[in-house]
Ligand binder design. Sequence first.
Ligand SMILES: *[C@@H]1O[C@H](CO)[C@@H](O)[C@H](O)[C@H]1NC(C)=O
Ligand SMILES: *[C@@H]1O[C@H](CO)[C@@H](O)[C@H](O)[C@H]1NC(C)=O
Ligand SMILES: *[C@@H]1O[C@H](CO)[C@@H](O)[C@H](O)[C@H]1NC(C)=O
Ligand SMILES: *[C@@H]1O[C@H](CO)[C@@H](O)[C@H](O)[C@H]1NC(C)=O
Length: 531
Amino acid sequence: MAVFILTTAFVALFLSEGLVVKAEVPSYIAAVYEHHVILNPEPHVPIEREAALVHMNKNLDVFEEQAASAAKQGAQIIVFPENGLHGFKFTRTSIVGYLETVPDPSVVTWNPCTEPDRFPNTEVLQRLSCMAQKNHLFLVANMPNRQNCDNLTDPHCPPDGRYQFNTNIVFSDNGTLIARYNKLNLYFEKEYDTPPECEHVTFTTPFAGKFGIFTCFDILFYEPVLTQVKMGVRQFVFPTAWMNKLPLLAGIHFQRSFSYATGITLLAANTQAKELGMTGSGIYTPWHAVYHHDKEAKSGKLLVSKVPVLDPSMMEDGEESSKLKLVPFSGHSKHRSTAASQFDVQEQQKHMSERCLSGDMQCRERLLSEPPTFISNMMNDNFTFVPLQGVEGNLKVCDGSLCCHLWFRRSGPEEELYALGAFRGIHAPRGTYYLEVCALVRCTGTEFRSCGGGIENAQTVVDFRLQGTFSTPHIYPGVLGSEMTLDRPDESGWENKSEFYMTRKGMATGLVTAVLYGRVYEKDGYGKRCP
Ligand SMILES: *[C@@H]1O[C@H](CO)[C@@H](O)[C@H](O)[C@H]1NC(C)=O
Ligand SMILES: *[C@@H]1O[C@H](CO)[C@@H](O)[C@H](O)[C@H]1NC(C)=O
Ligand SMILES: *[C@@H]1O[C@H](CO)[C@@H](O)[C@H](O)[C@H]1NC(C)=O
Ligand SMILES: *[C@@H]1O[C@H](CO)[C@@H](O)[C@H](O)[C@H]1NC(C)=O
């Protein structure tokens, strides 16, 4: 009989009712490694298998050191990033030397470390498997996967007779291959095929129960991850190769928003590549984040953290553990606003009445009047903006049926320009997905047209309540502070079943971005729907 011990941690649970409960909950130790990938300088030139192995072994050497270091710190699972073994910018032909055929673990039980000769041409799988076995940890990595197909009988089979997939693989702590996930939403990766079938891949650990898997660009789409969240999967591993894009889509910013909004644990490992703007990894629970972002970094970073178990089936019955299930706070159902948010509305009205003599409707109207709107481009989308004026105020800006409201009170240098922006529509051309966004951003200069550009620093502290008339229930709230400091809303949720809001007060750093990033998945120009 296998015996395992669940460690416990003292965790503060912030529940949707605004309660704070301290509870002993089972926990485990997770590691993610942000890897400074060693690149092939000529990725478009086809190379022999031997040369591809020499290249990948250099990256595997680093993985090996880091797996050992994570194990020494007690890690039970480690996640390595997307493209971490081979790099980027291959063609369909030039990547061929890098491909290994990953067998389907739901069909074949295989431990590549102890049975290296069972399948040919699997040197990378063998090394990763031995790494998991030697260090007694679950190991997640990403690699190019070849699946031969018959172009006469399989209508999806590419003409060259093979699928090439961007694949995550998972080994158990004895080296057995236990999961394989082919990335569904490719991001301009011409070396790879989109899998013809939609898969919801999970694996199970003895220390934390079930984990789901997805990759990089998948985070912006409904499939495969939101179907899994809906099915009750609450912990995910997330290899990524994410190019940071301020003000709305820095890697760590969106990773945290996603974890917070869906109420899941996210173990996110990013590739580090300065020339592509790639950095930003973390271990996120709905309450807490341990993260790393360093755009100047010249070497990788290992993060190790104790994490509460979120798999409901792993929890002992009882009051405290059942409360864990009460998150997510925003997510999928439109529920009533909380007492605390009412407090904010009252306080906001109180501040208005303090500034205007009672009954002075002109004064109140002036405070509520709308400053001039302007259009500026933010991350390729034309946002409609209004500037923040004065130290306190109420603003509204609309793009079609999406109206964004902001109450703010600011302190800090007056020359830092902020604006409230609204955008509703198809985001193009870098991917085609439908957005509804309300965003409060620091502009990069003092001109209106500088609003929407990327800037990392701000000295202005802004207390705010931001809300919008979203048509979608899928809203990812995010707050980013100066110098890539992750913050989070004090509160977020639905008000009046039609407006989603978030509030934040008393941040320790200046505000760079506060955003309600809504996704209207069903209006996407493309994007695979699974049956
Ligand atoms: C089908 O695949 C084979 C390789 O398996 C290839 O030789 C052949 O040309 C392909 N046929 C077509 C019609 O593309
Ligand atoms: C190895 O790990 C797998 C997956 O966790 C498990 O099913 C299997 O029993 C283990 N094998 C041994 C020999 O411990
Ligand atoms: C954004 O606005 C600019 C200037 O008005 C215009 O040229 C451009 O086509 C617009 N872009 C989109 C995607 O609508
Ligand atoms: C919510 O609805 C009530 C009743 O319709 C209305 O009085 C109130 O102003 C609404 N609140 C917001 C923030 O829209």
